[in-house]
Each structure stands twice: as structure tokens, then as C-alpha cells.
Design a protein around this ligand. Sequence first.
Ligand code: AMP
Ligand code: MG
Length: 419
Amino acid sequence: MSGILETVSCLDGYDPNALRVDKAAAAIRACLSPIKGTEKVPVRESLGRVLAEDIVPSIDVPAHDNSAMDGYAVRFSDLQPGETALSEVGSAFAGRPFDGRVGPGECVRLMTGAVMPPGTDTVVIQEVVRKNGDKVVIPPGQKKSQNVRYAGEDLEAGSAVLKPGKRLGPAELGLIASLGIGEVAVKRKLRVAFFSTGDELASVGTALKAGEVYDSNRYTLYGMLARLGVELIDLGVVRDDPAELEKAFTKASAQADAVITTGGVSVGEADFVKQLMAKLGEVLFWKIAMRPGRPMAFGKIGSSYLFGLPGNPVAVMVTFYQFVRDALLHLSGRSDDYAIPLLKVPASQPLRKVAGRTEYQRGILFREGGEWKVRITGQQGSGVLRSMSEANCFIVLEHERGKVEAGELVSVQLLDALG
Ligand code: AMP
Ligand code: MG
């Protein structure tokens, strides 16, 4: 397997030891090939999946011209400048059309969704109509074609309404059903294997020994991955031991399209992992100009992409959201725009920031007197996972930016938009 270093080293501004966030994201993107496999699933099961075919209506939706309101279908040419008295010759309901033709001087009572009776072209809402014996009196001021929904107005037969690469949400499920389609082709789910590395890690359910910490990264990762709708392969905790790590990487890359690990990429540990990686595939070790999350590995083992995230719990989340999420969605075959929106809001307090790196401070977006502002959570250390739990957004402080004064606009990414 080769090609990753070749691909990224020709990118502008590629410097593995001081890589800007945007360059790192571009380098990853340049190396990815989306998965190809597809499967057919019933419409309901396609929720959250990536469409793999054109959806082309074979019918117009709506299939007939119909009424948008409860009222009377009339011939516009019958209407006089003043009031017009028409004879009611029948009625039409949704699903029960009027059979017959409406002649001059006639009208039909109809309900919302009812097919427009032949001969009529305009609907007058019932609220403005007056009954006079067996006549229906239409007031002046009606407009031709008012309150009519036309066949094909929503979807037109023959032209694709959904394209491959679109993530199917509730609206798309309804739209597909409105065409009478019961099954759709979607991309197969991306398979993602993950494990934590570290001699100090204890698994939930065991007692902590001296110097140990519970492995929380695998839970955070599970949550972030589950929200992306990928197939998960949890390979547990792996000791900092070459033989065990090799086994884990081999197993993971054989089963998964992408492998995510945490820990083991910081300077003190990188050498030994690096050697192992070099043996198994092609892996790049980066120092990214960001905080938190400076060290990160990216590469390929066999046909599987590897994302070696830092061990610090907050750094895991930040690097996942800034790099891995985008990569996994791209690998999944998405072609719609899934970039995380950046909103601009004033900072309610000064923020410390050093120019020359991108910072992702944990923020709380809050409302003060009708205006949205952002402040930081307390402790910003990259090991303080509590800061992620207290936060509802990242405050993204751009590479060149220095310290921020209170009242300055800053960019935020809502955590709830990251799913
Ligand atoms: P590392 O990147 O392996 O040097 O780890 C950096 C820091 O993150 C250390 O304090 C580790 O104890 C902590 N850490 C590493 N992996 C995990 C994990 N899976 N869960 C919680 N903390 C971790
Ligand atoms: Mg470690």
C-alpha cells in the first residue's frame, strides 16, 4: 500500500510538524476513496442512510390538479365584475372526484385535496360565498386559478428529485413514499473499528489499581460514531505492547473501512508505535497547529484508513469532530453539504489565545437580554472532559487570531449540530 505520503506531500503548505488545521483536513480528504457497496432497504430503514440511486418519479405529485382549500370550483370566465350566482351541480372530496363536466353557470362544492372537476379552473373559498336559495353567490375580486394546486407542482414525472450521496432524513422518506416507492438503494454502512491504547487504562466494571484511569475514550467515541450511523466494531483496550497492538491493528484493518485509536501518538510514545505502523502500512505522524489535539496519526493499513487520535479525552472529541467526522461522512458516500455551520456571536468575556494555532475552546452559548453571546466553560485543560459536557458549542479561534476582547465576534460550532 503506498501513495498517501505522495498524495499529501504535493499539497500546498504540507508540513507534518506544523500542520494547519485546514491543511490537515485537506490532506486527509485528498487520500480518501468513498466506499462503493450498496444494498436495497425498505423506505423506513433508509432513515439516516446515504442514497445510492437517482430517485425519479414515475408519476406527477400531485397526480391531478386539485384544490388547496375548501370551497367551490368555478369557471373563471363565468365570473362577472359584480356578484355572480352559480348553480351547485355536485361535490368533490379528496379521493372522491366529481364525475361529469361543469358547464357555464355551474359550480361544484369541493374540499381540500379534491380533484378539480373538468371545466373548472378556479377555487373560491367557502368563507366568502353566500347561499341564495339553490344558488351560490360568488363575490367580486376573484383571481383566475386561485387556490389550485397543479399536477406535478411538487414533483414532476421523469426528472430526478433526489441524487445519490444525499443523506435520507424524514422529509426524504416522505418524499420517496409519495412516489409510491417502497424500497431504495442505499450505500452500505461504513464499518468503523476502534480501540483505546494505554497501559494505564482500566475497563469499566473493574477496580482501579494505583496509577490507572478508566477508559472513557471508547465511550465518547462510541457516542460520536453511533450518531453518525456507522457500523461499530469495538475492539476494547489494547496495552502499549507491540505484539498486542499489531494483533489489534491487523484485526481491525481486516474488518473495517476505518480504524480509530486513541492514545499512543504523543511524542513520548510515537516512536514505538511508528515503527509498528511502518511495518503494517503507511502512516503519517502529524503535529497539528491546534489546541487541544496536537499529535495525530493518519494513514492506511491495507485498504483501511487509520485515524490515530491523541489520548486526552477532550483532544479525542476535538480531533474527531474537526477531522474524523468529515472523513467518515465522505467515505460513507455523502455528497451533500455536511460541513459544520460556523455562527458568529460576541464573546461575553476576553479570551486568551495565541496566534499560530487554531483553538477549540469549550463554550456556552447563552442569551442575555434577547442577544446570544458566548462564554467559556471553566477549566479548558485537554484532559477535562467535564468541559465538553458543560459546553454546548466549540468556540473556534482561527489560526492567525490573537487574544479576543469582550464583545468581539467569534465563531462557534453548536455541538448538537455535530451528529
Ligand atoms: P497519551 O496520548 O496516550 O499519551 O495519553 C494522554 C493522556 O490521556 C494521558 O493522561 C492518558 O492517561 C489519557 N488517556 C489516554 N487514553 C485514555 C482513555 N482511553 N480514556 C481516558 N483517558 C485516556
Ligand atoms: Mg498512552
